[in-house]
Write a protein that binds this ligand. Structure first.
Ligand SMILES: Cc1ncc(C[n+]2csc(CCOP(=O)(O)OP(=O)(O)O)c2C)c(N)n1
Ligand SMILES: [Mg+2]
Length: 804
């Protein structure tokens, strides 16, 4: 091993008492037996997939010792022992997740929505309000993509820095005790090859945040050994340039073996103290770990590990080594350890059975209800044979799941289509009942259900007086941010060039000087971790605005937004929220990478977030206010070409709101409705003016938000009047214009009101070419909109509107 690091030790003062060591042994073997039995459950067909924490037990027990109330974890699927050691997971809950028990009382991390090995604590009360996070052990909700736990880890740690350094946050005692909380991360050795790992490590070193990141190194990432993952085959060795020294800040890097109980306890204790006290990031490379059962239930490691390696893993198994240590240190004899182990094993078995009985019991009851309903309905119906067959098949299903009962009922209802309501009424009622229950089990919580849902924020119109003068759009945002920084201590903003110059379009100009670096901050060029910084701080009760300089660069952060933020409320079934606002600017300006409008991409990947597309900065400021009064995560796409356009300064900035999901009619018309948003509003309004001159009356609607989409039915109402509609934007064809059409067709039943085929206007399928002509030939112009509308009218009345 190239680096061995020493950390302060005090041999005369025992780190851990005898009782604690024996308890640690109990936790370790409990966890191990949970892994062993978990794998068997999958092979018996009682669960679909399993991934376990065997081989990583000892380090996690050490980490749990250093983890304090108020701290946060952001880790991955191997961390069951840590969660068990903290008491934040019971073996029964562990198995409930393995079986996918769709009930938060049985499976509090995700209500059965996530595969096993995805851990989370619940930060929210049932009504969506925050709990006191300083009184609990906290674990951010895990996600599966490797290394994606890293960016939000940075944010969780950054929050401590803000809580410690920003005195204005003392008014929020339920989220922090003077920034003493450490954010603890875990990651597998192979996953450190991901870019977001390096981005997070670098940012942590720059920002000096209290984060302890542990690498569980078992030499493999599924079948691929370290030599294919990591330069020099050792992550701590390659990271040595980050090591802090007397003259330079950086990261404290420790290395310790996964079977070395004392070494682990010392390393984690030291790391925790350093991070907590001095806000220094620490990396602990825990190597020589094993995987007794291989990677997961999907395959066996005998296929790719040599006999020699497999033998080594047996010899260096951390629990075996722990046992040797306990015996050689004279703490306990073999018999005592055997006794502990057999008790632990029996306990795991008991809890596993309890989990299975509660999970399968519920389903068995549903199945029995359906079998008897099918039989009793069959007796009365003309389709007796079919129904009795369905009942028979269902009653014989081994390990039935909920779907088996529901699908039998749906098939029965189809078979009974000609039977009377009296015959099939009971089956129908059962199905309707279950539909509501299953919606709650599997589909709820994509958006907030709380009193702070965006739809519940009171609409307050902007006001103006005779002194309201025309200013650049960016000045409206600047005044809004100024007001909000003054009045809302939770609010802060960061991003590339946001701090000193107040963003590239100067909506924060002068505000860092006025409110300090904790409120308006520059970051490195690292979109992925800018998003993570936002998610982590929002998870801890703050209200960050994370800026992505141009919409086109959102792609770097999109994975975090999609996998983590957008799915957070859903995948925890209301257990966690992170009301982050992502601020960016897009639509038309200049060239391939500064004028994108990939709204379809956003819509497809960010369900669970609010998507605001304001046409100007007045609307944007009102939307920001609505979002800050709500508890939902959002993305705000400001118009890139709008910062210097003149708008009238409202008198109630920081107070007025914009109702989200409520389109605004910008121009009344009779012949045709054009629905649009963002920078296209002005283009469509200009086209409407041109069309008015030739006698075509166009109603122009700005949707304002794409998610939620027209929850007020404004567009359908307009189409009932005009009977014609075009959806226009500057995304690619089939992007957000197609989304708007689908929404109005499916949700507002407009088909019967249409006299013309509904149409879309979009940009060319390629990226926009550079400069004014590039824009004209790439993006929809006033001419394009006018002609498309005219052609629609020509088809309706060729005499009045001849071919042009
Ligand atoms: C982004 C992404 N790529 C690939 C995978 C599939 N995958 C799951 S675990 C894994 C190996 C991870 O190995 P390591 O980080 O060493 O953790 P270990 O499982 O060994 O503890 C891979 C490739 C994934 N989950 N996410
Ligand atoms: Mg590994």
């Amino acid at each position: 091993m190239a680096i061995t690091k020493s950390y302060p030790q005090s041999p005369e003062e025992p780190l851990v008492s005898k009782e604690e060591i024996l308890n640690d042994f109990r936790v370790a073997v409990t966890s191990r037996h949970a892994s062993l039995m978990g794998r068997k459950e999958v092979f018996m067909g009682k669960a679909k997939f399993g991934i376990f924490g065997d081989g990583k037990e000892l380090a996690q027990i050490a980490m749990a010792k250093a983890f304090q109330i108020g701290d946060f974890r952001s880790g991955y699927y191997r961390d069951q022992t840590f969660m068990l050691a903290l008491g934040e997971l019971s073996v029964q809950q562990y198995f409930a997740q393995l079986y996918a028990h769709a009930d938060v009382n049985a499976e509090p991390a995700s209500g059965g929505r996530l595969m096993n090995g995805h851990f989370a604590t619940r930060s929210l009360n049932e009504d969506g309000s925050w709990k006191d996070l300083t009184k609990s052990y906290n674990s951010a909700a895990d996600i599966s993509p490797t290394a994606a736990q890293m960016p939000k880890l940075l944010g969780l740690a950054y929050a401590s820095k803000l809580f410690r350094e920003n005195k204005g946050l003392k008014v929020l005692p339920q989220f922090s005790t003077n920034g003493n909380e450490v954010a603890w991360g875990t990651i597998g050795n192979a996953s450190t090859s991901e870019g977001m790992f390096f981005e997070s490590i670098n940012a942590a070193g720059v920002m000096q945040v209290p984060m302890v990141i542990s690498i569980w190194d078992d030499e493999y990432g599924i079948s691929v050994p370290n030599e294919f993952h990591t330069t020099k085959g050792s992550i701590s060795e390659v990271l040595m340039g980050f090591q802090r020294n007397e003259n330079q800040k950086g990261i404290e890097i420790l290395r310790v073996k996964g079977w070395d109980y004392e070494g682990l306890v010392q390393a984690f204790k030291h790391a925790g103290q350093l991070a907590r006290k001095e806000h220094v990031p620490v990396l602990i490379h825990v190597d020589e770990m094993t995987q007794p059962q291989g990677h997961s239930t999907s395959g066996s490691h005998e296929r790719y590990k040599s006999a020699e390696r497999l033998q080594w893993e047996k010899d260096w198994d951390c629990i075996g080594k722990f046992r040797d240590y306990i015996i050689s240190a004279g703490i306990a004899k073999d018999e005592v350890l055997d006794q502990i182990e057999s008790e632990a094993k029996a306990d795991v078995k008991k809890q596993k059975e309890a989990a299975w009985n509660t999970f399968s019991g519920e389903i068995k009851n549903e199945v029995q209800d359906v079998v008897s309903l099918l039989r009793s309905t069959g007796e009365k119906s003309t389709r007796k044979v079919v129904l009795l067959q369905l009942a028979d098949d269902l009653s014989k299903t081994i390990n039935p799941v909920r779907k088996d009962a529901v699908t039998a009922v749906r098939k029965a209802l189809l078979a009974l289509r000609l039977d009377s309501d009296a015959v099939k009424g009971n089956l129908r009622t059962w199905y309707k009942d279950q539909e509501a229950k299953n919606f709650d089990r599997y589909n709820s919580h994509l958006y907030s259900h709380s009193e702070w849902a965006v739809g519940k924020v009171k609409e307050i119109p902007a006001t103006y007086d005779e002194k309201s003068h025309l200013v650049d759009g960016r000045e409206i945002l600047q005044a809004f941010f100024d007001y909000t920084l003054e009045h809302d201590p939770r609010f802060f903003a960061f991003g590339e060039d946001v701090g000193k110059i107040g963003d590239v379009n100067q909506a924060f100009a002068g505000l860092q000087a006025k409110y300090g670096e904790q409120r308006v901050a520059d970051t490195g060029i690292r979109e992925c971790t800018i998003i993570g910084q936002g998610i982590g701080t929002a998870l801890r009760g703050l209200r960050p605005v994370a800026e992505i300089q141009y919409l086109d660069y959102l792609l770097y952060g999109l994975q975090m937004l999609s996998d983590d933020l957008a799915s957070l409320l859903y995948r925890t079934k209301g257990g966690q929220k992170a009301p982050l606002i992502v601020r960016t600017r897009g639509h038309r300006l200049e060239g391939v990478w500064h004028s994108g409008s990939p709204m379809g991409m956003i819509l497809s990947s960010l369900r669970g977030m609010v998507v605001c597309v304001p046409r100007d900065m007045t609307q944007a400021a009102g939307m920001y206010k609505t979002l800050l009064d709500s508890d939902e995560p959002a993305i705000m796409v400001e118009c890139l070409n709008g910062y210097r356009l003149k708008e009238k300064m409202p008198t109630n900035l920081g107070q007025y709101t914009v109702a989200l999901g409520k389109p605004e009619i910008l121009r009344d018309g009779r012949d045709l409705t054009i629905v649009t948003y963002g920078s296209m509003c002005r283009i469509v309004l200009d086209a409407a003016e041109e069309l008015a001159e030739i006698g075509i009356s166009v109603e122009v609607i700005d949707v304002q938000t794409l998610l939620p989409f027209d929850t007020y039915g404004v567009i359908g109402h307009s189409i009932q009047k005009t009977n014609r509609v075009i959806f226009a934007d500057e995304d690619v064809p089939g992007g957000a214009s197609a989304f708007m059409l689908q929404q109005v067709m499916d949700e507002q039943g407009i088909f019967r009101h249409l006299d013309s085929e509904p149409q879309t206007i979009a940009a060319q399928a390629h990226r926009p070419a550079y400069s004014s002509d590039g824009d004209y030939f790439s993006k929809p112009s006033v001419d394009d909109v006018t002609e498309k509308a005219y052609r629609m009218m020509h088809e309706a009345n060729p005499k009045k509107y001849p071919v042009i």
